[in-house]
Design a protein around this ligand. Sequence first.
Ligand SMILES: [Zn+2]
Length: 223
Amino acid sequence: MPKLRCICGYIFDLTPIPDEGYVVIRNYDYERYIEDEVFRDKSHLISKDSEECGKLIEADKLVVNLSGSLYECPDCGSLIWHRSNSTYSYYDLRVGRRAYKFDKLKAHSEENIGSGVELVRIRDLEKKLNVSLPEDFVAYLQEMNYAEIHGDPIYGIHNDMPSIDIAEQNIGKEHFRYGFLEIFCNDIDGTIFLRPDNGRIYNASFQEPIADSFKKFVEMLLM
Ligand SMILES: [Zn+2]
């Protein structure tokens, strides 16, 4: 069966059609691609020897030539781009992710550190929330998913602990409808929110951001 191997060793199974990858089409090829697809959709109406049959073969070729596919590794987040009729390009994004170092937080939280969750579970959470999370927060979830700041836990993906589960604390809540994702809470700072659209951190006044990013927020509390 057809397989594709990521740089990290993860194996994509390409047997199912359609598979889990993305179809990539250039913006300026898109109209043509759709026209060809519509034409191919009527292929069962075309008889073998007709002139239309030749057109159908051309349309088949075009559809293949105009589209490529893209795969995001659920383990390491790297991308594999298969351009049409060409080789596979590998984009190693493991280094970029590791660039978000949370050494200070790890040292501070000591043994109260989680071991992280798989990227696929983070992508599931994003789907559930209908947002994309900023890279630094994704890195935190991937690396730890649990860490404490002065004894108070940062939220994560925890089905067994609703009080610090991101989905549980946000879905259906009013603050979330206004674009604020609750991620932390303590006695001094109150409830803390992340805005997925700009990556910034806010307190419950919902006025000016108190930090430009999740990482900066963590560093600020640890100062
Ligand atoms: Zn990978």
